[in-house]
Design a protein around this ligand. Structure first.
Ligand code: FRU
Length: 493
């Protein structure tokens, strides 16, 4: 059962809870053919409140099955963000015959007349995440010198044969190591004097990736989200660093001394990667919370509030001489496609005529054209609304302009235009644009720049049109696919 309805701005190929509040993705782990998604959830309200871990699973990254709440508050506090791993070798001693799942999360305890206390705890599951037992030795890690001490992301480090935890500790991240997930030793701290500190550091992740798919070249990628601060109209955002990691210390490379953002839109926050994707698959899959703390509690949905981005594959690629983090829509999304339009070497005039006939809400556009021309699509258009997505060649940027995209009066900084630098690759520009009931995700030049933005147009705003600087321009190709989870069903790997 997936949560498909067409009302209340609910996306059809994005995960959102059937009802009530959701924020960060948590505990993402692949186990026995299922991708698990746990998430920050308030099961009794549509705004942020006492946090639980909600739970959903998918076999194909498109069809989601929502399961009962996995973790609820207890005497140690509410359940903040964290991760989950497969304890293949039973290092924790929680399992007898078969490996199981261990969740490592922050217990957040409110204390009268004082700062809340944030400590790290464990829970384990012997039945593929359906039921959880909290460890009786909780909490397993605390450091009272930090008010903000949360969001542990844990992974197995083969070289040192230990578990590593990266965790936000004040305005930096701390790196701990452990043989058994229970006893943790501080290895190092990273982040002072580097990166953006425009908001509190949250939800870090750390993982290795090959460079340009060359297995002899590896770098570590660190993701760090920063919370919203009223001084910055961007709200909450996620940055990344690249460097070396030896099990104790992360050493950033030269490029990391410049601030680099994972996404140039407003609505991709607290994203982390899936644990335990099998080596034969080998991908590093990522998903973020498609909202922003600046206005997350005010978005105009009723039964539920919060959705995730599409699943994305992260790679490190050399582009223009720099090794950068690149995002690609997970290939599973292609199974959700129903072809609508497929054109090659076609003039803008012909494209416009074809688009005129279309009325679509949930779809993908994949367009490529020679780089000399600025092109702008108007999507989810109706009498009063349109969302503009395009490339401005003179400015050298890709943008999403949601100034007239629909409802936006719930926050002064919601409406607006968001851009990212973009240069042509081999003389061409390419946009893959994922549109759903309340979102637009743009992957420019094969993921070199990504813009993820929420939009709230009327259900009836379904028109698509395109304009170009030169009205005799020719697209190399233009494909449109309707995206619906029904197509993807039953075809999982
Ligand atoms: C990030 C965050 C985390 C915290 C959680 C609480 O969005 O603030 O740092 O664990 O949300 O819901």
């Amino acid at each position: 059962m997936s949560t498909i309805t067409t009302s209340d701005y609910r996306g059809v190929y994005h995960f959102s809870p059937k009802e009530k509040w959701m924020n960060d993705p948590n505990g993402m782990v692949f186990f026995k053919g299922e991708y698990h998604l746990f998430y920050q959830h308030h099961p009794f309200g549509t705004t942020w409140g006492p946090m639980h871990w909600g739970h959903a699973v998918t076999k194909d990254l498109v069809n989601w099955e929502e399961l009962p709440v996995a973790l609820a508050p207890d005497e140690h506090g509410t359940i903040f963000s964290g991760s989950a791993v497969v304890d293949w070798n039973n290092t924790s001693g929680f399992f007898e015959d078969e490996p199981g799942l261990v969740a490592i999360f922050t217990h957040h305890l409110e204390v009268e007349n004082n700062h809340p206390i944030q400590r790290q705890s464990l829970a384990y599951s012997k039945d593929s995440g359906r039921t959880w037992i909290k460890y009786e030795g909780n909490p397993v890690l605390e450091d009272r010198s930090f008010v903000d001490f949360r969001d542990p992301k844990v992974f197995w480090h083969e070289q040192t044969k230990e578990w590593i935890m990266i965790i936000a500790c004040g305005q930096t991240v701390c790196l701990y190591h452990s043989p058994d997930l229970k006893e943790w030793t501080l290895g190092s701290e990273f982040g002072a004097g580097i990166g953006s500190h425009d908001g509190v550091w949250e939800c870090p992740d750390l993982f290795p990736l090959t460079v340009d798919g060359d297995s002899s070249q590896e770098k570590w990628v660190m993701l760090v989200s920063i919370g919203a601060d009223p001084a910055f109209k961007e709200g909450s955002r996620t940055q990344y660093f690249t460097g070396e990691f030896n099990g104790i210390t992360f050493v950033p490379d030269e490029a990391s001394h410049t601030i680099r953002w994972v996404d140039h839109g407003r609505d991709n926050y607290a994203g982390v990667s899936w644990s335990d994707i099998p080596a034969e698959d080998g991908r590093r899959l990522f998903m973020g919370w498609m909202s922003n703390w600046m206005y997350a509690n005010q978005t105009p949905t009723e039964a539920y509030r919060g959705a995730m981005t599409i699943a994305r594959e992260l790679t490190l690629e050399t582009r223009d001489g720099e090794v950068m983090l690149v995002q690609h829509p997970a290939s599973e999304l292609e199974r959700a496609r129903k072809p609508v339009l497929s054109l090659q070497n076609v003039s803008i005039k012909q494209v416009s005529e074809q688009l005129n006939a279309l009325q679509l809400v949930n779809y993908e556009i994949d367009a490529e054209w020679p780089s000399a021309t600025s092109v702008q699509f108007a999507l989810r258009s109706g009498s009063d609304h349109e969302t503009l997505v395009g490339v401005d060649v003179a400015q050298g940027e890709v943008y999403v302009d949601r100034s007239r995209s629909g409802v936006g009066d719930f926050h002064e900084h919601f409406l607006g235009r968001h851009a990212a630098e973009l240069k042509a690759v081999d003389g061409n520009l390419r946009l893959r644009i994922f549109v759903d009931h309340s979102s637009v995700e743009v992957f420019a030049n094969n993921g070199q720049a990504v813009i993820t933005d929420l939009i709230y147009p009327d259900m009836t705003s379904k028109a698509i049109s395109v304009q170009a600087e030169q009205n005799d321009m020719i697209f190399n190709s233009l494909h449109i696919y309707e995206l619906s989870p029904i197509q993807a069903k039953g075809q999982s790997k």
